[in-house]
Design a binder for this molecule. Sequence first.
Ligand SMILES: [Zn+2]
Length: 346
Amino acid sequence: MKMNEAERSFATSALIIKDAELQSYLEDMICRLAKEVCSDIRLYVVRIPYFNASMAPNGVMQVWTGLLLRLENEAQLATVLAHELAHYKKRHAIRMWNSARNTTDFLAFFSIATGGVGYGVVGLVAGLGAAGSIQVYSRDLETEADEIGQDYLYRAGYDLAEAGRLWEKIKGEADAGGRETTAIFFASHPPAEDRVENLKVRAEKYPEQPSLLLRQEDQKFRVLVDARWQGWVKDLIDTGSYEETLFVIDGLEERGFNPAALNFFRGDVYRRRSGEEDLFKAKEAYLKAATSEDSPAKTYKNLGLIAKRQKEDGKAIKYFEIYLARYPEASDRFLVESYIKQLRKS
Ligand SMILES: [Zn+2]
């Protein structure tokens, strides 16, 4: 009852994403993985650029956009969802409910999204650690969820080897400086070496999966992410976690996402980090983006700002003009026109 009450305000949070296509894709996957519980699950996609998914005892599942941004394929997504569904199926949360500390944690599960309203993503993320809103299951329960999750994956025909690749990837981001962006996931899922090893040994005991069922390369996941990743990267940049953002951008480039947009975002990271040589690096990244027809119009505005700062007035005017020509409805049109006038006078 307590959870359902908390869910009501959670459901109206501005951070809950209303995206019918994404929603039904994920709901279908949940049902494919765990038919026996799928009618209980209420899925919420939450606009938080960090890596996490979690499950409350009343059947509410959260999937954060930061998770979707980082997963390389549908099999990795299924790996995470299957693990969470296994926690639900075995009623792990209910088994822990009686301890006061856990009750607070589970209610805080909902405050993550409701607390962030009005502060934007940055304020929200700053409060995540303080809220202590992380459910931590015992090692035994984690192992059980890993194993039942693996059974679900096998049954649905997903490549079991993707679990190991996923762990490596997230560890890679943590090593690149992403302690903050991956902390919540690691706090609730301790990255024990034997965890991956156990799954690997266990995977070999299943009869071989018919290759027809392997969904590792599923196109649908790719198409969905391709239409949405740019907004998710913008949110990640807004957290100010620059090293890990660059790590995530490199990963997206390896997977063949739009290089012009990726270079534009690299430029934004450098410009905002503004360390030594970052202005130079930002310029280089924007120029790379500008070699492509489909670079974001803002590439030219930002090139103009850098040229203006470096007293290259002629170049700055040219870049600002390209920006306005490519983006006539820009909301900062008046401002950019005033820059041009100012530069012409000087
Ligand atoms: Zn878990």
